[in-house]
Design a protein around this ligand. Sequence first.
Ligand SMILES: Nc1nc2c(c(=O)[nH]1)N[C@H]1C(S)=C(S)[C@@H](COP(=O)(O)OP(=O)(O)OC[C@H]3O[C@@H](n4cnc5c(=O)[nH]c(N)nc54)[C@H](O)[C@@H]3O)O[C@H]1N2
Ligand SMILES: Nc1nc2c(c(=O)[nH]1)N[C@H]1C(S)=C(S)[C@@H](COP(=O)(O)OP(=O)(O)OC[C@H]3O[C@@H](n4cnc5c(=O)[nH]c(N)nc54)[C@H](O)[C@@H]3O)O[C@H]1N2
Ligand code: SF4
Ligand SMILES: [Mo]
Length: 698
Amino acid sequence: MNQVVRPKILASACPHDCPSTCALEIEVLDKHTIGRVRGAQDNAYTAGVVCAKVARYAERVHHPDRVLHPLRRTGAKGSGQFARVSWDDALDIVAEQFIRAAQAHGSEAVWPYYYAGTMGHVMRDGIQRLRHAKKYSGFFSTICVNSAWTGFIAGTGKLAGADPREMAKSDLVVIWGTNAANTQVNVMTHATRARKERGAKLVVVDVYMNTTMQQADLPVLIRPGTDGALACAVMHCLFRDDKADWDYLHRYTDAPRELAEHLLTRDPAWAARITGCPAETIEAFARLVGERKRAYFRLGYGFSRSRNGAFNMHAASCIAAVTGAWRYEGGGAFHNNSGVFHLDKSLIEGEDIRDPAIRMLDQSRIGAILTGDAEALQGGPPVTAMLIQNTNPVAVAPDQEVVKRGFARDDLFVCLHEQFMTDTAKVADVILPATMFVEHDDFYTAGGSQYILLGPKLVEPPGECRSNHEVICALAKRVGAEHPGFAMTARELIDRTLQKSGWGTLADIEASRWIDCQPDFATAHYLNGFAYPDGKFRFKPDWPNVPFNRWHRKVPSRPIPKLPDHWNVIEEAEAEHPFRLATSPARGFLNSTFTETPTSLSQEARPTVMINPEDAAALGVADGETVLLGNRRGKVQINAKLFDGVRRGVLIAESLWPNSAYADGRGINTLTGADSIAPFGGAAFHDNKVWLRRAEPR
Ligand SMILES: Nc1nc2c(c(=O)[nH]1)N[C@H]1C(S)=C(S)[C@@H](COP(=O)(O)OP(=O)(O)OC[C@H]3O[C@@H](n4cnc5c(=O)[nH]c(N)nc54)[C@H](O)[C@@H]3O)O[C@H]1N2
Ligand SMILES: Nc1nc2c(c(=O)[nH]1)N[C@H]1C(S)=C(S)[C@@H](COP(=O)(O)OP(=O)(O)OC[C@H]3O[C@@H](n4cnc5c(=O)[nH]c(N)nc54)[C@H](O)[C@@H]3O)O[C@H]1N2
Ligand code: SF4
Ligand SMILES: [Mo]
């Protein structure tokens, strides 16, 4: 008789750097093997939906190219020649190199470098504990959220907003600078519900007709880096047409009369010249916002990745305060909910043993740092040893040519803990094989919703893979780092951290799978006041003192205009560089992750740049033709795709392909700049001036 073996379905959470942080249900076929991955139906935010790339996660877990054993470089740097070594030997080498670097130049010569390849609190942030215990150089995390969070907090005083599920109760959903259908699909679930159930309108503000904008009732297509002008013109119309809620403005905001007066000259015609978006479209946008009080502004990261990005984020967030949309269910603004979780992470991060005198090195300036730029090194010693976890800087960091030069240094020792042979692995000295999320225990907080979720170990790791926590603890022992966190298991760290933070125990979350941390309506809508001492939303933020960067060293602030405006500090196109290039995320990849899975690779096909057909015609470029993109930072060979969903003078290269997918290994970040954006730093990935030429002129 045939026996039907049913797979077990076990709960987990998506570990990737995506605001959705989906609650997952994973088929476990046996103790080594997973099957389908689905979204949990009964999680109110995930609501049964996950993206295609994670639905096929088995392709990634069981990929034949996973790194399974510790490796040591045998050929020249970057030769790609490695030999297998034992874990003990590998860890001994790393410890010896770290000790030697600290002896030669002081502890700050060692720079632990990490990011959000996993968003698990134990696995992502445990490296901080090692850093603090040994006084290694600090990590000023700027690459992703810095400008966006600063810009949002500038207005509200806090990083939190209206319940993201409330979008379903809106009459107007404004998706601004996030390609949600690509990058956080669950936003679309709730926005679609509002349309179906309430006849809500969908406005999408972006720099190309992306997957999300294709679904919009009103597409608002602007030139990159001009969102401040758009926001000003919308608010101009609201004041002009008596759609501002003056009762709300007087009670809840700092300088409404000054703002209204300042905006008198920022009309749609003015904004049309800057944004390239017709004045009628701006008027139509303002009319919708004025007529529909339940307007939900879902503000993404994309438009903050410009040199004026923090400022533009703030400008967009001001609109909901002008109409008083915050008063209504389904109204208000949302960027990220990190402000609601109040985790006490001292055991994981070792904040209690941190020496504040140790320098903080800027993540985005890794190229300058590794090539010995004295300012980037803050006058301190060179970096001569690194441990890298959960990030792939040789592909993802800006100003790639400089980053590569830094990694090519013979006097730099690099240990990379990875799942695949990434571009960074190829230049490492020691590679350690890392587990994936289904192979270790961790917990997660969502950026785009209000849940804490558990992601327990479900299967055994392949080969000799070890978790980040295991590696950090093993290295701690070898270099003599001390902290209670090194003696705890991942499960103990989860349990103690939840308890210290007031969210129950590990056993509780094992039973419930997730914790809904949503504050009450009045708090989430700031009806008891915004998170400044006087309770008022700031149209006129005190930029250098925006209450963000509790942990971070502040970079010198450039003076920013007092009130929302078009702040023209972007890399404007000019005769030599007539195009503005944005490097928006591809649907099939997640940053540089999933560039190895067959389904994602076949979906994305090859590196391309979208160009307006009229621009292409003017240059004699045909669809599919190979072209060169360049600026003073370098040049990249890529395939042109003619697309009338980008404005003339704008180029879009959906990213992030591995460097090895391009001719000569020069990836898209060859073109992006690593200059630090105001006020606290970050990288302007979508703010580049470039030229475009045919690769082989006829
Ligand atoms: N499929 C997929 N999902 C992802 C990622 C991925 O790479 N691929 N990355 C993950 C990560 S780390 C993050 S931080 C989030 C980011 O997700 P998002 O918040 O979506 O931010 P971005 O990816 O930077 O860009 C989003 C959109 O902003 C647009 N944009 C660029 N410049 C401007 C501008 O000046 N103004 C306006 N209005 N729009 C602009 C881009 O064209 C793009 O469509 O997504 C996560 N999810
Ligand atoms: N041109 C351009 N560049 C960009 C962006 C852009 O929009 N355009 N976006 C930027 C943004 S927003 C971000 S956040 C960065 C992201 O940059 P990264 O953080 O470097 O990108 P990811 O691809 O998310 O993750 C990196 C690596 O983490 C590994 N990893 C995953 N889980 C684990 C684990 O548990 N342990 C270990 N040891 N490794 C693990 C993965 O295999 C992957 O190779 O890229 C930035 N770069
Ligand atoms: S949408 Fe984002 S959080 Fe959800 S499964 Fe996909 S990558 Fe993970
Ligand atoms: Mo990011």
